[in-house]
Design a protein around this ligand. Structure first.
Ligand code: KG4
Ligand code: ZN
Length: 341
């Protein structure tokens, strides 16, 4: 790119809210030039979950290399960029601060605007990365390790909660059930693989709040799994994985389709780490089609934590709201700017 600013607006984004050190360069909020993710899973696996202090140190270790790799793969130099974005919440405070401080330092050194991005808004923008012309209103099922919610997107920046979990997030339920079964961490991908060899009909686990609005509850399901395995120690883990996954997917898909029809949405989308789940992706697409809804199931790389989605949201926020001040910090409990219906 020989150092000249191009017509396209290039955003470099940093994501360090949990256990992935990720940097991406995205043009015009939609064209992914590079999307580098360095996972810390191996570091945390021995502890059975993310250790915040270990996560912060690993981000610090990796961020410089990952940033250089993202710039290199995109073929850009600092003078090609138009802004630096970083996830400023929600997430682990120490981990967030590493990304935010690095982004602000780069913005200052390269004389570029900085923009702080809400991680959940990033997951919502992952859908626009693949299909910028999604016809609104769009209903998005956001399912991650920390959140489970159905959000109506009237347009970028205008969000309404249609439902959310009243206890555990769906990803948390996957992780807790996997830990109880001694399968390892993170539980989602392991249960996904194991379930492929199991019989989902072997046990009928409860579908909590199935006919009760658009909120979710997963803590009872986790307890039901624990109680069942205690009473039937001989049961095959693959059958438990398949039956558990079937119960989670059933509730997630049924409620999202109902919510979309209730608000007159034209399109339904999936986002968040649990959206990488094979059965969820397949059933979501099939049931949306049966209900006459357009649907978008993003590439797995854009469902789990990544910085391309932060760049997409940052691009839009920068244009819409302008830069975040360099005194802007990180908020571990940052909420999506929404109204509850
Ligand atoms: O969005 P994400 O990468 O990080 C958070 O913001 O939480 O989501 C991580 C969650 C974890 O709970 C992980 O077990 C789950 O997503 N997950 C999956 C799959 N891949 C990741 N859950 C079910 N099936 C999968 N294939
Ligand atoms: Zn996430």
């Amino acid at each position: 790119m020989n150092g000249e600013r191009t017509e396209r607006r290039l955003i470099l984004a940093i994501e360090t809210s949990c256990d992935e050190t990720a940097v991406a360069v995205v043009a015009d909020g939609t064209e992914v030039l590079s999307n580098v993710v360095s996972s810390q899973i191996d570091l945390h696996a021995t502890f059975g979950g993310v250790v915040p202090e270990v996560a912060s140190r690993a981000h610090l270790d990796k961020l410089e290399t990952v940033t250089a790799e993202a710039m290199d793969r995109a073929g850009v130099s600092p003078t090609d960029l138009h802004g630096i974005a970083a996830t400023c919440g929600p997430g682990l405070i120490g981990a967030l601060l590493i990304g935010v401080s690095a982004a602000k330092a780069l913005a200052m050194a390269w004389d570029l605007p900085y923009v702080g991005v809400n991680h959940m808004e990033g997951h919502l923008f992952a859908t626009f990365l693949e299909k910028p012309d999604l016809e609104p209103p769009v209903v998005v099922l956001l399912v991650s390790g920390g959140h489970t919610m159905i959000v109506e997107v009237a347009e970028p920046g205008r969000y309404r909660y249609l439902g959310s979990t009243i206890d555990d997030a769906a990803g948390e339920a996957f992780d807790k059930v996997a830990r109880y079964l001694g399968l390892g961490y993170p539980g989602g991908p392991i249960i996904d693989r194991l379930a492929a060899d199991g019989d989902a009909g072997a046990v009928r686990f409860p579908r909590a709040m199935m006919d009760d609005g658009f909120d979710f509850s997963f803590s009872g399901l986790k307890t039901a799994v624990v109680n069942y395995v205690r009473r039937h120690p001989e049961v095959d883990n693959a059958d438990i994985a398949a039956a558990f996954q079937d119960a989670v997917v059933d509730v997630l898909v049924t409620k999202t389709i109902r919510a979309a029809l209730a608000v007159g949405a034209r399109t339904v989308c999936l986002g968040g780490g649990v959206a990488a789940n094979s059965q969820l992706r397949a059933r979501f697409a099939a049931e949306a089609e049966a209900a006459g809804l357009a649907h978008l199931v993003p590439d797995r790389a854009f469902c789990t934590d990544n910085a391309a989605m932060i760049a997409a949201a940052g691009h839009w926020r920068l244009r819409n709201d302008g830069p975040t001040g360099l005194d802007g910090g990180a908020d571990p409990s940052l909420k999506l700017p929404v109204t509850r219906s």
